[in-house]
Ligand binder design. Structure first.
Ligand SMILES: C[S@@+](CC[C@H](N)C(=O)[O-])C[C@H]1O[C@@H](n2cnc3c(N)ncnc32)[C@H](O)[C@@H]1O
Length: 272
């Protein structure tokens, strides 16, 4: 492009704004937003030394940086997408942004026997159910959410990705299955969260009563009632022991803990 602001200068001024706002990963965010505004791959920003920014793309970049720095909108919502394992999901403020640690639940699902029936409770964008179905097409995967808006997003993702997962609006488990994989809400009400999360991600995806375990308690009890053989649950930092206790109290005698990449206990896998 002839004229316009060189990419390096555009990135530098965005960095100043994002640093001043105290954003966690200012360089990465600036690069992702600039690549998005220009409609190019992030690698192109580094490889193409002649790339510059002008006109509509420049205005869009400015707006995106302002929304990130001032309103603290998460990058995934600004881009409208988030990668999760081998798939890319459409995301917006109707659903939680899938986190890397949740990929542990998909790994648990990969170990299930052929043609097992799986339910992703609280599917949000459809992340767990869709990633699992894409890697294990033989599994019979269903997913639900208490939020109709979340089910709409998940359903849209399934259609775009061409994955055969059925979705429903439900409160926890509606029918029996072999395995439940769930990243339920587990934040204690009143806990302080970063602005990006508290002001933009849906509260129904986050909070679960005074100790953050209200949904997990009901979910495990219901799974036991329906004779579900395996329940894998993501939980918050420091909740591992309590979640394991809830599982054993409900007859799940075989309990295993899985750590995330930071070495923090993140998932309880309980079998009966
Ligand atoms: C932490 S988010 C997880 C979203 C998605 N599974 C992920 O990992 O990205 C929790 C989800 O559970 C849903 N949810 C909350 N209470 C529920 C309930 N009682 N039954 C079903 N879904 C529920 C929320 O609407 C939200 O989408």
């Amino acid at each position: 492009m002839i004229g316009g602001t060189p990419v390096r200068d555009a990135l530098d001024s965005a960095l100043v704004a994002l640093n001043a706002a105290g954003v966690d990963s200012p360089r990465l965010d600036a690069e992702l937003l600039l690549a998005h505004a220009l409609g190019v791959d992030r690698a192109r920003l580094i490889i193409d030394r002649d790339l510059s920014l002008a006109g509509r793309a420049a205005r869009e970049f400015q707006t995106l940086v302002r929304r990130r720095a001032i309103d603290r909108e998460p990058v995934a919502y600004l881009l409208g997408t988030k990668g999760f394992r081998h798939i890319v999901l459409d995301v917006d403020s109707r659903v939680l942004i899938p986190r890397p640690e949740t990929e542990l639940l998909v790994e648990v699902g990969l170990g299930l026997p052929a043609a097992a029936s799986v339910l992703d409770v609280g599917t949000g964008s459809g992340a767990i159910a869709l990633a699992l179905k894409s890697e294990r097409p033989d599994l019979r995967v269903r997913a639900n959410d208490i939020s109709q808006e979340a089910v709409d997003v998940a359903h849209g993702n399934a259609r775009r990705l061409g994955l055969d997962v059925s979705f429903s609006v439900a409160d926890l488990l509606d029918e029996p299955c072999d395995a439940v994989l769930s990243n339920p809400p587990y934040v204690a009400s009143g806990d302080a969260l970063p602005r990006d999360v508290a002001e933009h991600e849906p509260a129904t995806a986050l909070f679960a009563g005074p100790d953050g375990l209200d949904v997990i308690r009901r979910l495990v009890a219901r799974a036991a009632e329906l004779g579900v053989g395996l329940v894998a649950l993501e939980h918050g930092m420091g909740q591992a022991e309590q979640v394991a206790r809830i599982a054993t109290e409900n007859g799940y005698g075989d309990v295993e803990h899985l750590d995330d990449l930071a070495g923090i206990e993140r998932v309880v896998v309980a079998k009966r």
